[in-house]
Design a protein around this ligand. Structure first.
Ligand code: ATP
Length: 202
């Protein structure tokens, strides 16, 4: 094996407003290649995909815009008010997303270009993606800082923000399950220096 050239691919996760996007940007600035699961989720239901065809077969033409693309607003109205409809949707999309993510992981290993790849998956632990990665990185942030960043970014009141945070897997648990932890409680400069240090160990 050419140990020096081995590519490494890491899963990155964290709770709402923990800084996943910000952290991903910093990794990119440091020469890492980045992916995120939200992008994959959009890709698998693009116009012309089997994913979109399956959604239309299940939900009808009403969830399409006039240009044939997915009407996300209509679809989310349907699935957010009805758990059965939500399951119908995720039964279609989850396997497609998983297949595409696995394909990328395999491509990265086959490429073996010696680079570091970071794959952001918000629900990484909840959907059991740990085994596909060389290691998993969780973002931690002091709870009161997470709350205030979320309130500010989404322009919502404290109770609404708390409810959103409480509906997720606790950050402490994500921290315990992770191989590496990034503490994003400080300012951007601190985050940058923390990631530079982490990269020496990846
Ligand atoms: P979500 O999953 O909810 O989309 P996220 O985990 O991707 O969020 P970001 O969007 O990166 O989180 O960050 C949440 C908010 O906190 C943003 O407004 C961002 O600018 C701010 N933020 C993130 N990290 C820092 C930091 N180190 N210092 C100051 N503000 C920060």
């Amino acid at each position: 094996m050419s140990g020096d050239q081995m590519s490494k691919i890491y899963g990155l996760t964290g709770g709402i407003a923990s800084g996943k996007t910000t952290v991903l940007d910093v990794f990119a600035e440091n020469g890492c290649r980045i992916y995120n699961a939200d992008e994959i989720a959009r890709e698998v239901v693009k116009i012309g995909t089997p994913g979109l065809d399956q959604i239309v077969a299940s939900f009808g033409d009403d969830i399409l815009m006039s240009d044939g693309t997915l009407n996300r607003k209509n679809l989310s109205q349907i699935v957010f008010s009805d758990k059965k409809e939500l399951k119908k949707l995720t039964d279609i999309t989850a396997p497609l997303i998983r297949k595409r993510i696995l394909q990328i992981v395999e491509e990265v290993h086959a490429l073996n270009d010696g680079l570091i790849y970071i794959f952001e998956i918000p629900l990484l632990f909840e959907t059991n993606y740990q085994p596909y990665f060389d290691a998993v990185i969780s973002i931690f942030v002091q709870p009161e800082i997470q709350l205030s960043r979320l309130m500010k970014r989404n322009n919502i009141d404290e109770q609404t923000a708390k409810n959103q945070i409480d509906s997720q897997m606790p950050m402490e648990e994500k921290k315990k399950l992770a191989d590496f932890v990034i503490d994003n409680s400080g300012d951007l400069a601190e985050l940058k220096s923390e990631i530079k240090t982490l990269l020496k160990n990846l």
